[in-house]
Design a protein around this ligand. Structure first.
Ligand SMILES: NC(=O)c1ccc[n+]([C@@H]2O[C@H](COP(=O)([O-])OP(=O)(O)OC[C@H]3O[C@@H](n4cnc5c(N)ncnc54)[C@H](O)[C@@H]3O)[C@@H](O)[C@H]2O)c1
Ligand SMILES: [Zn+2]
Ligand SMILES: [Zn+2]
Length: 350
């Protein structure tokens, strides 16, 4: 095997550089995975846009981004059983400490000692040819699944977690704010969980068209029409059982209370970009006995996400609409930022 590998480093504000670094060795309990696909996520784009000063303040003055990955097992660390060379795997990014109260309760996504790919000060990301990773976080993909689908298990896990916390169930009407990767995954997860009808609201037409193609029953461009009026008409005044924000935008978040029916639930997947917006009416929230659920990534969702994709019930690959070779990673990031009206989800192929 080669001694060195290519890695994509973010070295300054919106600037990437390829460099060769040593291939890691799998420690006991780890697998070495040759990475084949990496999804470009909003949080990667956020880190890519940090000021040069902030990027330089990281150890080594540069960072490897990326946390949505799948590939093939190429070396097996000591003490690992149940894997063979050539196994196709998706990598779950979060390793909890395994010792704290939250890890012990199975809530490892809430562990304070968590080590997540490309999270500041935790560990390097996956935009590199090889990654050594704990075997228990490498989930085997069945033959009928591709590594592209494997990389998209990560954002689907977010959606499966958010919809589970929201109690998504058969017979409900749900509204999703945001038709980016996470909003579209949430739409797919809601449908797979048997939610009867899903309305998707965004401000970009091409993203709403994608939502329609993926099974949205109603799409609302809230730049041109009132989401509240549209949902009232759609539900005969009943409003939605479940409203999920996948934007983090205060204008969207502010509308959620009005759209939710009494005893309904609001789920906040989008990372709010500021304080609770004034339009989020706490009195109305109280009078309707609403529930608000926060979502921090996911836990224990890789196995069900893989099953749902392999069985065909969640076609995640339809969300990826722009594939770039590894050497064009910089362009994939630039396009994801500058061409939001044309690209929804970029994926890097190694
Ligand atoms: N909670 C978690 O663990 C978790 C995990 C992953 C992502 N996220 C967050 O989820 C959010 C979505 O991620 P993404 O990758 O899909 O981002 P994205 O930028 O691709 O998508 C966001 C979408 O929201 C739309 N939007 C913005 N303002 C709007 C408004 N006022 N009304 C309707 N639509 C509006 C945009 O047009 C865009 O299509 C981000 O805030 C991200 O940080 C949270
Ligand atoms: Zn992600
Ligand atoms: Zn822990």
């Amino acid at each position: 095997m080669e001694q060195t590998m290519l890695a994509s480093f973010t070295v300054a504000h919106r600037t990437m550089q390829m460099d060769r670094i040593p291939v890691p060795q799998p420690a006991p309990g780890e697998l070495l995975v040759q990475i084949k696909h990496v999804g470009v996520c909003g949080s990667d784009l956020g880190s890519f846009c940090y000021t040069t000063e902030r990027i330089h303040s990281h150890a080594g003055g540069r960072r490897i981004l990326g946390h949505e990955a799948a590939g093939y097992v190429v070396a097996i660390g000591e003490g690992v059983a149940g894997y063979e060379l050539g196994d196709k795997v998706a990598l779950e990014p979060s390793a909890g400490c395994g010792k704290c109260e939250f890890c012990n309760r199975g809530l490892y996504n809430l562990c304070k000692g968590i080590r997540f790919f490309a999270a500041s000060g935790q560990r390097d990301g996956v935009l590199r040819e090889y990654v050594a990773h704990p075997a228990n976080l490498c989930f085997k993909l069945p033959d009928n699944m591709t590594t592209l689908q494997g990389a998209l298990v990560e954002p689907l896990a977010v959606a499966l977690h958010g919809t589970e916390l929201g109690g998504a169930a058969l017979g409900m009407d749900a509204v999703v704010f945001g038709a980016g990767c996470i909003g579209l995954m949430t739409l797919l997860a809601l449908k797979a969980r048997g939610v009867s009808r899903v309305a998707v609201c965004d401000v970009v037409d091409i993203r709403l068209e994608k939502a329609k193609e993926l099974g949205a029953d109603l799409v609302i461009n809230s730049r041109n029409e009132s989401a509240l009026e549209a949902v009232k008409a759609w539900t005969n005044g009943r409003l939605a059982d479940l409203v999920i924000d996948c934007t983090g935008n205060p204008i969207a978040l502010g509308q959620t209370v009005a759209l939710t029916m009494p005893a309904g639930t609001i789920v906040m997947i989008g990372n709010p970009s500021g304080p609770m917006p004034e339009a989020f009416d706490l009195r109305e929230f109280n009078n309707k006995e609403l529930t608000l659920k926060g979502v921090f990534r996911y836990r224990n969702k890789y196995p069900i996400a893989i099953q749902a994709i392999a069985s065909g019930s969640i076609p995640v690959e339809k969300v990826a609409d722009a594939i770039y070779p590894f050497e064009k990673t910089q362009q994939a990031f630039d396009d994801s930022i500058d061409r939001k009206d044309q690209i929804c989800k970029a994926v890097i192929e190694l």
